[in-house]
Design a protein around this ligand. Structure first.
Ligand code: UT7
Length: 325
């Protein structure tokens, strides 16, 4: 039996030059480097420079992924950008990336599922490839969360950072078995009853402003620990695989305690988890492609290995993707 698979051909990322250590917040808020490290695992994060935007970072990440793949931009059929911090209400960041890459063919659109955005975008890209609507898809996660922080709210502003990561997916023929390279299973969920746990208090149709991020961190934490392991297990079940076969968990990087609790519930030791939260903070939809790119650059993720990504964020929205690199 043969099957079409969406295979990762290239990966890349971009991080703004400015690195802000935890100590930066100590002068401004009642917080300490020690609290931030022990409660979250975060040590530093990158903040975009003035004039730097979600689209400009997404373009840099996309260029890096295309270079890694050895594929020219005009070979791309579709661009999906996962973001909650677009440059403008519209057009989409994805069309800005399309223009930035010099592309005049194909189609481009944004996906908004907050911190779970990249998992949702990957799942959509997979569906486009499996249905024959596109062959090569650039999937990008890019965020400028520093622009929606309330700098007086110590419970949120110490957590987030800016950046972008990108994957180039390419259609390839597989056997239909679990040894195939490419996306093997996806699992997506949302539950809007929990929308007040993590949201932005502004928007086009309400305040007419961008607003600031608000979070009941502790409540989100509890949902995260339970739902992330559930969705990762569900995706593995759909693929016909088990936790013991996983080479790398590449989780959404929000909090080291959530990352390790999820790995524990999946029966995967921390040596097989790609962790970047200490260097990037929580970059929302950008965190998984950033971690995939850094994980490959570190020599952790190698061709043929089984990777599970999982994420949860505002909505609540959550999900997981199982793929063989
Ligand atoms: O990416 C989308 C999904 N988001 C997440 O996954 C985030 C999930 N939540 C978390 O990561 C954690 O809940 C936080 C890191 C946000 C907070 O950690 P926590 O252990 O849940 O702390 P808490 O919110 O229960 O607060 C404990 C205490 C409070 O003080 P009191 O009320 O006990 O006196 C907070 O006011 O810690 C205080 N606190 C801080 N103290 C120093 C909150 N933020 C800070 C801070 N520095 N920056």
């Amino acid at each position: 039996m043969t099957a079409i698979r969406a295979v990762v051909r290239g990966v890349g990322h971009y991080l703004p030059e400015r690195i802000v250590p935890n100590a930066w917040f100590e002068d401004r808020l009642e917080t300490t480097d020690e609290w931030i490290r022990t409660r979250t695992g975060i040590e530093r994060r990158h903040f975009a420079a003035e004039g730097e935007t979600t689209s400009s970072m997404a373009i840099r990440a996309a260029e890096a992924a295309l270079k890694d793949a050895g594929v020219a931009a005009d070979q791309v059929d579709a661009i999906i950008v996962a973001t909650s911090t677009p440059d403008f209400t519209f057009p989409s960041v994805a069309t800005m990336v399309q223009a930035g890459l010099g592309l005049t063919t194909g189609f481009a659109f944004d996906v908004q599922a907050v911190c779970a955005g990249f998992v949702f975008a990957l799942s959509n890209a997979n569906a486009l490839i499996l249905s024959g609507q596109a062959r090569r898809v650039l999937v990008i996660g890019a965020e400028t969360f520093s622009r929606i922080m309330d700098w007086d709210d110590r419970g949120t502003c110490v957590l987030f950072g800016d950046g972008a990561g990108a994957l180039l997916l390419d259609a390839a023929e597989g056997t239909g078995g679990t040894e195939d390279r490419g996306i093997l299973a996806t699992d997506l969920h949302s539950d809007g009853r929990h929308r007040d746990l993590l949201y932005v208090d502004g928007g086009v149709a309400t305040t007419g402003t961008a607003g600031h991020l608000r979070m009941q961190g502790n409540a989100v934490f509890k949902h995260a620990v339970q739902k992330l392991a559930e969705t990762a297990h569900a995706a593995l079940d759909k693929a016909g695989l088990a936790g013991a076969q996983v080479d790398w968990i590449v989780p959404h990087q929000a909090n080291l305690r959530i990352i390790s609790a999820t790995a524990d519930r999946m029966g995967v030791p921390m040596e097989r988890v790609v962790v970047t939260v200490q260097d990037h903070g929580n970059t929302s939809a950008a965190s998984i492609p950033l971690a995939l790119s850094v994980g490959k650059a570190r020599g952790q993720i190698r061709e043929g290995q089984l990777v599970v990504t999982e994420a949860i964020g505002g909505g609540l929205a959550w999900g997981a993707v199982v793929l063989r690199w």
